[in-house]
Ligand binder design. Structure first.
Ligand code: PEP
Ligand code: CO
Length: 446
């Protein structure tokens, strides 16, 4: 079957909203096609090169952000806080990895969510599930939950506003790499590792200078402070509308994000999402969970990376702390059998979701830490390297995950739980995780 931006329409497309008025959707898509792109092909190509370097062990990837970005997060404070936590985590990781860190935000377009159930029932009333701000609204009324195509335009505009501010902050020196004194480190005193953490902060400057030396650039120059964008390429009609050719380059680019990924629920090698991703030039991510067969892995690699070109395909594994030891070695073996040359990234969030006795969706910090540390060990034990991590977090002071230095417990979850979907690490927990990952990398001599 020949690929085209709409060839996915010939395959089964899971998780797509059902719009009551298809003509209205078509009008919106026509408008989207006319709007300018959010990212450029040369940025996309640069990320692909950087991911190839990460696959070769010369960079480390931090991909992080909200589970579901909300339109309301398009504000000065929110965007600044997100950039701050990502930047600070990346500086801590530089200390551990002793190599440049590629920062990819789950932002500027992470507005569509897959759901396990199409519908939700409350007090006898059944309505469509909330599928992200790009699709419908959270209030539990029929009007709010009916998919509204106009939201795709609102989402595109919000993504553009977000990215505009990100680019301005980065360019304006927000990301000045020499200021670990701007870290909020109150929480550190609650950790038994406080001294070690303070020491790491002190060495950030040294690590950055080392990196500058290695790269031959000065901190503060734009190459060092790039932020790339990523979202789940879920809503295929809107992804198709912004899939373009550009002058003087071959192929088709998705110009809404540098790094689109396909989620676990839509990763069938024969399905529409893989069909869409296989034809674009962007580097692409694939979420992988437990129980995949050798045939399936071979099909993914054949479809998404037939030329086995480093940087093209990132496998983001998300097994859970209890299963990774059984599952990851098998996945690695299947990839090797297929001759795959992939970048390995660990998502320690999505296999570790649990529901408390009170019915609250949460994750334990200890499970998240454990899964990442096991991932480092397993890859190393098999003679390769973990190339990055994929984290759900926010720069805000939410209480959605258990544990961390302050020992957040089940009662605390009620204080500031705001996620409509998955529980995220807060600012302090995110930074703490970065310290622990850096510590692990250092101990392993990465
Ligand atoms: C996500 O990244 O928010 C998500 C839904 O992950 P997965 O597809 O791995 O379940
Ligand atoms: Co999620």
């Amino acid at each position: 079957m020949t690929w085209s931006p709409d060839s996915w329409r010939r395959c089964q497309a899971l998780q797509q909203p059902e719009y009551p008025d298809p003509a209205q959707l078509d009008r919106v898509l026509a408008e989207l096609r006319q709007l300018p792109p959010l990212v450029t092909s040369w940025e996309v190509v640069r990320l692909r090169e950087q991911l190839a370097e990460a696959a070769a062990g010369r960079r480390f990837v931090l991909q992080a952000g909200d589970c579901a970005e909300r339109f309301a997060y398009c504000s000065s404070d929110r965007i600044t806080n997100t950039l701050k936590v990502l930047l600070q985590m990346s500086l801590v990781l530089v200390v551990g990895a002793q190599r440049p860190v590629v920062r990819i935000g789950r932002f500027a377009g992470q507005y569509a969510k897959p759901r396990s159930a199409d519908a939700e029932t409350r007090n006898g009333l059944t309505l469509p599930s909330f599928r992200g701000d790009n699709v419908n609204r959270t209030e539990f009324t029929a009007a709010a939950r009916t998919p509204d195509p106009e939201l795709l335009l609102r989402g595109y505009e919000r993504a553009a506003l977000t990215l505009n501010f990100v680019r301005a902050l980065v360019k304006g020196g927000f990301a000045d790499l020499h200021h670990p004194e701007y870290f909020d480190l109150d929480w550190v005193q609650h950790s038994p590792l406080a001294d070690e953490y303070h020491h790491m902060v002190e060495t950030i400057g040294d690590s950055l200078r080392f990196m500058e030396h290695v790269l031959g650039v000065r901190a503060g120059e734009t190459d060092l402070i790039d932020f790339f964008t990523a979202h789940e390429a879920l809503h295929l009609a809107s992804e198709e509308a912004q899939t373009r050719t550009v002058p003087r380059r071959d192929g088709w680019f998705n110009l809404t994000a540098h790094f689109p990924w396909v989620g676990l629920r839509t990763n069938d090698p024969q399905g529409a999402h893989i069909e869409y991703l296989r034809g674009i030039e962007n580097p692409v991510g694939l979420k992988v969970g437990s129980g995949v067969t050798r045939e399936r892995v071979a099909q993914w690699i054949e479809r998404l990376d037939p030329r086995r070109s480093p940087g093209r395909l990132t496998l983001i594994h998300r097994f859970g702390a209890a299963r990774i030891a059984d599952e990851l070695p098998k996945l690695i073996e299947h990839v090797r059998a297929a001759g795959g040359r992939v970048l390995w990234v660990c998502d320690p969030m999505h296999g570790n979701t649990l529901t408390t006795a009170a019915g609250v969706k949460t994750r334990r910090f200890a499970d998240i830490q454990s899964e990442v540390e096991q991932a480092f060990d397993i890859h190393r034990g098999l003679g390769q390297q973990l190339g990055g991590v994929h984290i759900e977090l926010t720069g805000e002071d939410v209480t959605e995950c258990l544990g961390g230095a302050r020992g957040q417990n089940e009662e605390d979850l009620a204080r500031a739980y705001e996620s409509e979907v998955d529980p995220r690490l807060n600012y302090e927990q995110s930074l703490e995780l970065a310290f622990l990952i850096a510590r692990k990398m250092k101990a392993d001599g990465h």
